[in-house]
Ligand binder design. Structure first.
Ligand code: FEO
Ligand code: CA
Ligand code: CA
Length: 654
């Protein structure tokens, strides 16, 4: 029998998300799954249910064969689903290291010295836990561009000597000195690096004029309807417009005008202290889980202490827009896009020229959001687009049993969003977006992660990663499995590809997990192989042919018998619902990115927190990691890194 173990800090963080902060009683729609699948998924024949409907499989297959493939199928041989110390890519492809935690970013940055880390060095080096990757071609070149990478969080037990092993949280914090906390703060944020292809291989361009590090102390502006509001004012910033840093930037997106959207996710973890009953933001902070005391920065910086600086936490949880082309441009927190645990911010250029941003709020029972700009994008005037995201309409999704989806606008004065309910202005609606969405009756989802529109088909894909806390009484058609350990993917279709429309339709594309275990109730196309199925979809990308690629977070030897990685998933024609395994991360890592170059010949992926745990689930440490990827040097700790995947001999991926 396994010995009971102290949970790792990461596990504590995960458990802290179990609070279930959405305590509203938005109506669940009852167990209508059978009826729903009967009418919609089955008769359309596009999806076969392998587990619950083995006997119906041939029926679905026959119907599916009649469908025409709208996009070419993925042409690669799968990599075997296993787990070990290294990464693996499908045969015929190469996966090379591009940049690691500690590598120089700014000109003159010192070499990585793991035993003598300083905040000053880290501020010039590539940060920790690379997540979203944005790629921006330079001067239209196919072989030169800027890579913008989020650094979501830090693992002190893997970064610093003497922090691992079972111990009381207080003891760990006692060893996290002010200098180490400062290293952590500099390892957060993001990096901009110039990269170029030479002799077929991508490399970081040293001493680039675009090189930039963004950290937990980089000055930023709050812009849009909530900027300057009293609830955003602090002692250091009485005007409520200037913030230091961005925190827990997870997913993101790119805009048609070439800026980087970086999404602040679990910001609550950085706030410190006890939330007093008479705290002015008590209800708001409770709904967001502030403070969660994951980091001890509040011991050294009063702004992270909710008692000493009651409004600082209102200045995090936003979508940050950064112009990578101008290293001196101040990042802007776009308050019009709402405040929640933003997973990503993928954009879609609507046919009327307005820009649409799709966003997930990654917590159990939280919501999917959409923002539509008020004004249209001007392809001939970049400057005119740079503040487009300050004006527009934020809306939250309500899924109905009949397969319709309604976008409910979060507009002050409309419906329940009035002073009587605590919303005196649009700023109040945006600062407490979750409370406003609760009142509108939005559908509580199974942890919405990336939400991505496919420019070829106009369909939108929402990754719902898992929700083991959903009970049988809480299932609804869009979240049909209780104790949903493996997640699912919802496909949303706007009418006539109008992404500003108030009403869409929706389908479940796949229900993840092992199709061989009936109780899991997985739904895949039966053509999916034993290596091809996955759990816990997280980030995703669409390739230039309009095909869906998915990165996962949470597969493990004990859970799904496989490491995280990249899977390709068919969405059209007879193959719809077929998944294929393309890339595998080293043990303990999750997979982030992915991002393609516009020519489809390069895929960038981010290997995040490698070595965080071993194949048995035991936490790794600086001294004793389960892998020393990517250096495999006993003098080097395990390091998060960006990997670049290309086809051997060149050509489009798959
Ligand atoms: Fe940072 Fe929702 O993953
Ligand atoms: Ca994520
Ligand atoms: Ca994405």
């Amino acid at each position: 029998m396994d010995e009971p173990r102290e949970p790792s800090l990461q596990q504590r963080r995960e458990q802290s998300e179990d609070v279930g902060r959405n305590r509203t009683d938005n109506p669940t729609l009852g167990d209508l799954i059978a009826a729903r699948f009967g009418r919609r998924a089955w008769l359309k024949g596009a999806l076969a249910v392998t587990a619950i409907g083995a006997s119906l499989g041939p029926l679905a297959l026959a119907a599916a064969r009649q469908a025409k493939a709208a996009t070419p199928s993925f042409d690669f041989d799968e990599v075997a689903a296993t787990v070990d110390e290294n990464h693996h890519v499908a045969p015929g492809y190469q996966a090379n290291l591009l940049i690691r935690w500690g590598d120089p970013v700014l000109p003159g940055a010192p070499a990585f010295d793991p035993m003598n880390q300083t905040a000053a060095a880290q501020a010039q080096q590539f940060g920790y836990n690379n997540d979203f990757i944005g790629y921006f071609p330079l001067n239209g070149a196919a072989d030169r561009g800027l890579l913008c990478v989020n650094h979501e969080y830090t693992n002190e037990e893997l970064m610093f000597p003497g922090m691992g092993g079972p111990q009381e949280e207080d003891a760990k914090f006692a060893r996290l000195t002010k200098e180490l906390a400062a290293v952590e703060m500099m390892a957060h944020g993001g990096s901009v690096v110039e990269i170029a292809q030479a002799g077929g291989a991508w490399q970081v361009v040293q001493d680039s004029r675009y090189a930039r590090r963004i950290t937990a102390e980089t000055p930023m502006l709050l812009t849009g309807p909530a900027a300057g509001h009293a609830r955003l004012q602090t002692k250091a910033d009485p005007n409520g417009t200037k913030v230091l840093g961005m925190l827990n930037n997870c997913g993101g997106g790119t805009t048609p005008w070439g800026t980087w959207l970086s999404a602040e996710e679990n910001f609550h973890g950085y706030f410190w202290g006890e939330l007093a009953e008479d705290h002015p933001e008590h209800a708001n902070f409770k709904r967001y889980g502030v403070p969660a005391n994951w980091y001890n920065w509040g011991a050294y910086h009063d702004r992270f202490d909710v008692a000493k600086e009651p409004n600082e936490a209102n200045r995090f949880g936003w979508m940050v827009e950064i112009d990578p082309m101008d290293p001196t441009a101040t990042p802007k927190k776009r308050t019009a896009l709402g405040r929640f645990k933003h997973e990503g911010g993928e954009t879609f250029l609507n046919r009327d020229g307005r820009v649409v941003v799709y966003m997930g709020d990654d917590e159990r029972f939280d919501y999917i959001y959409r923002f539509v700009t008020a004004k249209a994008y001007d392809p001939d005037n970049r400057a005119a687009n740079l503040d487009l995201l300050d004006e527009g309409t934020l809306a939250v999704a309500k899924f109905s049993e009949d397969g319709s989806l309604e976008w409910l606008p979060l507009v002050h004065g409309e419906g329940p969003l009035t002073e009587a309910n605590g919303f005196k202005s649009q700023a109040d609606v945006l600062i407490a977006t979750r409370l406003a969405a609760d009142l509108l009756g939005a559908t509580k989802m199974d942890r919405p992660e990336d939400v991505q529109a496919n420019p070829k088909t106009g369909k939108v894909y929402a990754m719902l990663t898992n929700n083991t806390k959903r009970t049988a009484e809480q299932v609804d058609p869009a979240n049909p499995r209780p104790e949903n350990a493996f997640g699912h993917i919802v496909e949303m279709t706007p009418p006539d590809a109008d992404h500003a429309a108030a009403n869409y339709t929706w389908e479940i594309l796949v229900q993840c997990g092992d199709p061989a275990i009936a109780e899991v109730r997985a739904m895949w196309n039966p053509a999916t192989s034993q290596d091809g199925w996955f759990g816990m979809p997280d980030n995703c990308a669409i390739d230039r042919q309009g095909r869906l690629w998915i990165a996962t977070d949470g597969n493990s030897p004990k859970g799904t018998g496989r490491a995280d990685g990249i899977w390709a998933l068919e969405t059209e024609g007879a193959a719809r619902g077929t998944a294929k395994r393309f890339f595998q991360v080293p043990v303990g890592a999750e997979m982030c990115g992915p991002q393609f170059t516009p020519d489809g010949q390069t895929m960038f992926v981010a290997v995040q927190h490698p070595g965080e745990e071993d194949a048995e689930g035991n936490p790794g440490s600086f001294e004793n990691p389960p892998t020393r990827w990517p250096d495999f040097d006993p003098a080097m700790p395990v390091r998060p890194a960006v990997v670049v995947i290309t086809k051997a001999g060149g050509g489009a991926i798959a």
